[in-house]
Design a protein around this ligand. Sequence first.
Ligand code: AMP
Length: 491
Amino acid sequence: MNSHTNPPAGETPPPVFTALGLVPELLQAVADAGYTTPTPIQVQAIPLVLAGQDIMGGAQTGTGKTAAFTLPILQRLLPFANSSPSPARHPVRALVLTPTRELALQVFESIRTYAKYTPLRAMCAFGGVDIKPQTAELRQGVEILVATPGRLLDHVEQKSVHFNEVMALVLDEADRMLDMGFIPDIKRIMNLLPQKRQSLLFSATFSEEIKRLADSILQAPVLIEVARRNQVSETVTHRVYPVAEGKKRQLLIHLLETDEIRQCIVFTRTRQDCARLARELERARFSANAIHGDKTQSERLKALDSFKSGETRVLVATDVAARGLDIEDLPYVINYELPHVPEDYVHRIGRTGRAGRSGQAISLVSPPEFLYLAEIEKLIKFRIEQVMLPGFTPEYETALQERSKRPDRGKRPARADKAAHTERVKRPDKNMIAADGFDFSKPYIPKLAAADESIPSENAPAFARPTGHPPLKKPIRPVAALLGGLGRKTR
Ligand code: AMP
């Protein structure tokens, strides 16, 4: 079928960039970037943004949301583009706020890619680096400014930036801004912007707080949502390895040695764990690097470049540092520790299985983390396959394995064993989580926070949140698993 042939009746032709109303300069830049088909968020957002509409966009990193807002904003700024050397002719007309330096840089790179056939000037301002070169660049005049909120306010205080001509504001990853405590800064910045402007807010999740923020910033916004929120890509295979708390590092090394993990991001919860694990992996002779909030900007960029070039095999990261990382074609994401906020699992996994490629999400889960696993499964609405690796499983499994080897196996359980036996039979699944969410492996923690109705459930600590998790549809058979009989099925 050549390109002029009509598609068969009933079949919708794939969307094309030329149908979105973009000017040739931008279409050429998009073609140079190698994009042939606009992504769903681009199809929805580009015409609306071109029309000057405010938008509340539900889209995660990896959906093509940056081009979805950048391309039409560039087009709206084009009538003001000029090549005059006078800074006064290049006031800030579009402001993009991002929660992290990495995301700011990524958005800035995208803007440079898409604006390459226009004389529009863009720059990026973030903290952790010398402010002087940024000040100098700002004073030369830029039409599009990408910034993190704190550093932007530093520039405001220095009077190196003015917002009188701002036509468009983008709040990218608003949920993360909220998590990182940036809302007061955002509000201060909002007060400095002209009332009459276009505003776009993007967020992977929409909590009540995000909706309140959106109400205060957007005017009659159109809600566009691609891939339902908190949904993970269909092309990602998820797998959990139950592991004894003290054996995680060994298991990770075992997986790196035996699985075909060419490159992976390994997530830890804290900066300390992140740094320690990267050091331990290096000691075990893996090329590893850490990326976390205590690292300087140049260290973070160096680590990222080295990972992108393939020099580093394992990038150990915390959630905040990894947020928005644009690493194409990453087949493996490993959760060394599960996040305590289930949405972060979705964000982490967003780094694999992009653009229809296949990806693997591996989680090393020790008994105290099973409650978080239940929360994650509730959010993503499916049970993740559990794979038992003999030698690494938690005590409970090891005990089962030992028991199955004992010569008196099959005899009536002795009295002392009886309770354990009955308990094992009673348990709906072997991951030590009762149907009501109670974790048998953990010390009892009273559900005080849950009882306190003044705490909204999403803000209550994870252990205090009711899980309401459905019982396992398919019971996992520990013995088969221990004998290596559980196949590596995709979910
Ligand atoms: P984003 O969600 O904006 O972080 O984009 C994720 C990745 O998708 C980036 O590497 C973009 O370069 C890429 N991308 C954006 N739009 C398209 C498209 N229409 N076709 C192919 N790749 C795209």
